[in-house]
Design a protein around this ligand. Structure first.
Ligand code: 15L
Length: 273
């Protein structure tokens, strides 16, 4: 049933998505191992938690031992200084893939982000094969993580699925998120495709629910069997009202990455085609 996924590791288990997956995944796989560099403040009795810092290859190898599949949520998940992004997402992601290889892990689901393609215009419809156009250091670090995934898939036979997550949560927060909202149960469906689908080698999909305003074509996920259950438009009025109260800035409003594009922006929007 679960394609030999007897023990599944979740990194970043103390973070927002980690906490949510920990409530949704039990019962799906025989054993879940949780890890983060800090102990989750909501750790329940019976949860199997092993502390590890992604910056230490030895510690990451330790948490990968005996694991069949990894859901890699660890690292920085927003724009930040290079001093923060580098150890967590550059060194840390390398350590994760290398430790997975050394420990004979079969599959990795890599939490990537829409910010890998943040500088695509909202007027364009992109698919999962476009070249990266990151909108910050965070987006660059995730593009690098995707590239590492390709290397470890092609060279070492690890099966890797990268999910370019839009915005994860119970509902779309504003107008922009109506185009990229990802509900928890739809993310679980994508994670299960990554960990179980027999055709996965190195695949990139977008992490969004049923968003009729999507700026991307998620046909690749659909071909892998993804059928999102939750519709962004069910929350339309609230989301539009939020953006009416807090409109996007002039640069944010042009591009997929929104406010991440506008941070530190000193370019010429006209030249970004
Ligand atoms: C992300 O990648 C972040 O993890 C999340 O906090 C949001 O900022 C999201 O993108 C977004 O673009 O809305």
């Amino acid at each position: 049933m679960t394609a030999g996924m007897n023990r599944v590791l979740i990194t970043g288990a103390a973070g927002g998505i980690g906490k949510s997956l920990r409530r949704l995944l039990p019962g799906t796989y025989p054993e879940l191992r949780l890890s983060d560099r800090v102990v989750p403040n909501d750790l329940a009795a019976g949860e199997n938690f092993v502390r590890a810092d992604l910056g230490s290859l030895a510690e990451v190898e330790g948490i990968c031992a005996g694991v069949d599949g990894i859901i890699h949520l660890g690292g920085r998940s927003v724009e930040d200084s290079w001093e923060e992004i580098h150890p967590a997402n550059i060194v840390g992601t390398y350590n994760l893939f290398e430790a997975a290889r050394r420990q004979g892990v079969k599959r990795v689901v890599f939490a990537s982000t829409n910010h890998v393609v943040g500088f695509y215009r909202r007027t364009q419809r992109i698919d999962n094969e476009v070249q990266p156009r990151p909108d910050g250091r965070y987006g660059v670090s995730k593009a690098y993580g995707e590239a590492l995934g390709a290397l470890y898939a092609d060279k070492y036979g690890l099966r890797v699925m990268c999910v370019r997550i839009g915005n994860y949560g119970d509902k779309p927060l504003d107008k922009r998120r109506l185009s990229m909202w990802l509900s928890p149960r739809d993310f679980v469906q994508l994670v299960r495709i990554g960990l179980e689908h027999p055709a996965i080698h190195y695949d990139i999909v977008y992490g969004s629910s049923d968003c009729e305003r999507a700026w991307w074509d998620n046909g690749h996920a659909e071909r892998l069997g993804y059928r999102p259950q939750d519709k962004a438009e069910d929350h339309r009025d609230e989301a539009l009202a939020e953006t009416a109260r807090n409109p996007e800035g002039p640069v944010s409003a042009l591009f997929i990455g929104g406010a991440f594009c506008e941070m530190e922006f000193a370019g010429d929007p006209e030249r970004i085609r």
